[in-house]
Design a protein around this ligand. Structure first.
Ligand SMILES: [Fe+2]
Length: 248
């Protein structure tokens, strides 16, 4: 199996080539070899233009404001007891390229529990499940474009990209847009995580500044005494300060 040193060398080579190329990319590399499965699943053909893109809306999910309950944003109060782990508040604003708030936006998150295990049948990592934590939440942004979640800090987890591969702690985010075809998916990371330099998924974003924008800021003013720690992560939908999103 490929070693971490070999993966790290491949990452360094791609980052070096990106800088040498001098052309800014607003997207992650689609065929980023250190992230092995991206080689198999990135599109090899140009996108197909469809005659009637609105037809997708007839088959996509729909929601209304009454479908989203305020408690959906608190992942720590979905079961009889409190989940294990470090309680955190995650909040930020969703902005367009001009810094205007995006209001009423459906924001969905999913994440591993404090031990690094997803409550999902596909996760066979032998870390314990937490009966008090499912790891999914959603909310709508308010009039200032603000979303806010209460959850626990997810643990790092192993994956089989290469020998001794571990994902840094992260929370998956989805923004619905105004139609399902606009949906954006990204990941939020935690400041100071020692696994970030080793992670091929994080490093598939070739631009260093774009990678940095994926890392939340610890906000002590947002932390609550005797209760939780605060992290702030703004999402900019497009323009030069855009938050990177995964390929659709
Ligand atoms: Fe994940």
């Amino acid at each position: 199996m490929t070693t971490q040193d070999e993966i790290s060398a491949e990452i360094a080579e791609r980052h070096k080539a990106y800088v040498a190329d001098g052309v800014e990319h607003d997207h992650a590399a689609r065929d980023f070899a250190p992230y092995r499965s991206s080689l198999l699943r990135h599109p090899r053909q140009p996108p197909i233009l469809v005659d009637d893109p609105d037809a997708a809306e007839l088959h996509g999910p729909v929601f209304g404001v009454t479908d989203v309950h305020p408690l959906d944003a608190d992942l720590t109060r979905r079961h009889a007891g409190r989940p294990l782990g470090e309680l955190i508040t995650v909040t930020g604003r969703i902005l367009d390229r001009y810094g205007r708030p995006v209001r009423g936006q459906l924001v969905e998150i999913w994440q591993a529990n404090a031990a690094g295990r997803y409550a999902h049948p596909g996760d066979d990592h032998p870390a314990p499940l937490d009966p008090n934590f499912t790891g999914v939440g959603r909310c709508l942004t308010d009039a200032d474009g603000v979303y806010r979640f209460t959850t626990i800090r997810p643990g790092a987890y192993p994956w089989r990209n290469h020998d001794n591969a571990w994902r840094p702690a992260h929370i998956h985010f989805s923004l619905f847009g105004t139609a399902f075809t606009q949906r954006l998916v990204s990941q939020m990371y935690f400041p100071g995580d020692p696994l970030l330099p080793y992670d091929p998924v994080f490093n598939a974003v070739l631009d260093e500044r774009a990678r940095t924008r994926l890392i939340a800021a610890y906000d002590h003013g947002l932390s609550s005494p005797e209760w939780s720690l605060g992290y702030r992560w703004d999402i900019v939908l497009d323009g030069p300060a855009a938050t990177w999103a995964e390929t659709r």
